[in-house]
Design a protein around this ligand. Sequence first.
Ligand code: F6P
Length: 326
Amino acid sequence: MAAIKTIGVLTSGGDAPGMNAAIRAVTRSAIFNGFKVKGIYRGYKGLVDDEIVDLQTQSVSGIMHHGGTILKTARCKEFMTVEGRKQAYENMKKHDIDALVVIGGDGSLSGAQQFAKEFDIPIVGIPGTIDNDLSGTDHTIGYDTALNTIMWCVDRIRDTASSHERLFIIEVMGRESSFLALNGALASGAEAAIIPEIASKVDQLSELIQSGFRKSKNSSIALVAESPVTGGAMGVAERVKKEFPQYNVRVTILGHLQRGGSPTAQDRILASRMGAAAIDALMEGQRNIMIGDDDEKMIYVPFSKAIRHTKTIDTDLLDVLHRLSI
Ligand code: F6P
């Protein structure tokens, strides 16, 4: 394997708070170790369209406390074709980029895996998504901030729920997994989390209504994971209106509020450690791996173990939620 001299870094897929801290850590750690760094704009799109710039230590000053990503992000259709990936490879060569660090979620790392396989490029992934749905890592960058945002929002909605004695159905993100709904419900003291993972086993709405609701309290909050299986907040509210018309129900969809904002300390620390670990990994000759955190330690997870796997949620947490909601 030829020695690596220049490392490219990009962010791809949905933005997540802490991505800037990761870009900063990759850039500074690479420069500290004697590498050149190139920033690629708009994820794989910038590789295909040749939007590539030099990054210096000062290029990443004053960014770690900002949400979003200074490199921008995109979902790129061209990169899904062989021709697109070939063009991306040509542009990498043009800029003397020998290795890549890809910061993103499952789709972005799947693209990295394919690209690395076809063109024999060392690629290291950093898990950046609010959904926390990548296997092999306890946490993804952005998850903690999104959880805190959900908690902040639900705290405020609870004021109205309790003043008006209403049932609020609040939809949160998490297309493929319900970490945000489940832990968001625990963090905000919601009465229920309606999640697709157990939808076939339990009618969670009936359970919510029949359990403590209205025995000991006059208002309730249920978090619903966005999903065709749950029907989302609108679907659940429609059912309430039909089946339990006695309840005064309202819907809030938190949407992209959850993706923005200044990252929490935990996300900044995680992003800084993962960015530095990505450069360590490349120096150790690692390739086609994702950096993960396992019990506070940085680990290397082969792409094949990190992506396209269902990361199981701890359904015992639903029991805790249930017990605390009486
Ligand atoms: O993958 C992260 C995520 O936030 C999902 O939870 C959500 O479904 C999706 O992105 C929405 O993405 P966008 O609106 O950018 O297409």
